[in-house]
Design a protein around this ligand. Structure first.
Ligand code: HEC
Length: 218
């Protein structure tokens, strides 16, 4: 026979079958990954929070809780930890109020185009600090400069004040411009930033909190 001495690598039926198997396997893998991702990124509920069920993207009512960022030795990076309740702008927000505030913040971040200068969850620019974990930036804590600078006694009030009048509180060579943000919009934005900081982003942005002051600014 003419074909007897030819290796399998030159056999057309072999390559045809291989192509079919590889395509089939890759399609199954993609379908599985799609469903896995949908499960991972869908937002949790208030009941999850009450039950202590950890979701990568917690419910909007997470703004009623203290959020910290702690090193996980198991995962090798920091993870957001949702702690006890704390008032947000002086009160506990209902499920509806929290959702409405977060929605306003998201819309404001889009209309004012924060992404033009900042990065949010991996999208945007690096002209200004990454905002993904801005809520957890030590500069807004009791020991940081911003509460004293703005004359406010809570993280959220200091942040809202800064967002309304950024040029009054410059901390860097680059200055954030006045964007005409109203008080309600500022509250919404702070809720949006607080919620975003509670999202488990597998430790991104990297090295957050390991530098002094504004993180990832330079
Ligand atoms: C034109 C560019 C620009 C736009 C648009 C912009 N910012 Fe900024 N932002 C900056 C710069 C520059 C800084 C650093 C300024 C400073 O520290 O004084 C900054 C700082 C900040 C900080 C403090 C960072 C930290 O680590 O805590 C927050 C929060 C913030 N911006 C939120 C926003 C939000 C929310 C929007 C959209 C509503 C926005 N910015 C739009 C340029 C911008």
């Amino acid at each position: 026979m003419a074909n007897e001495n030819l290796s399998v690598w030159t056999s057309i039926p072999f390559w045809r079958k291989s192509a079919a198997w590889v395509t089939g396997f890759a399609s199954m893998l993609l379908i599985w990954l799609t469903f896995d991702t949908l499960g991972q990124i869908s937002m949790g509920t208030d009941d999850d929070l009450k039950a202590g069920t950890i979701k990568r993207v917690p419910a909007p009512t997470v703004i009623n809780h203290k959020i910290t960022y702690e090193m996980s030795t198991k995962r090798g990076h920091e993870v957001p930890v949702i702690g006890e309740k704390e008032p947000f702008f002086g009160k506990e927000h209902t499920v509806e109020e929290a959702a409405a505030l977060l929605h306003l913040g998201k819309l404001t971040s889009q209309t004012k185009n924060c992404m033009n200068c900042h990065t949010l969850l991996g999208n945007g620019a690096y002209y200004a600090p990454d905002l993904t974990k801005a809520w957890l930036d030590p500069m807004w804590s009791e020991t940081g400069p911003m509460m004293a600078m703005t004359g406010k006694s809570t993280r959220e009030e200091a942040m809202a004040e800064f967002l309304m009048h950024p040029s009054t509180y410059p901390t860097h060579a680059r200055m954030m411009p006045e964007l005409g943000i109203t008080e309600d919009e500022a509250k919404g934005l702070v809720a949006f930033l607080k919620h975003m900081s509670s999202i488990d982003t597998n430790g991104f942005p990297r090295n957050f909190g390991k530098e002094e002051g504004l993180t990832n600014a330079h």
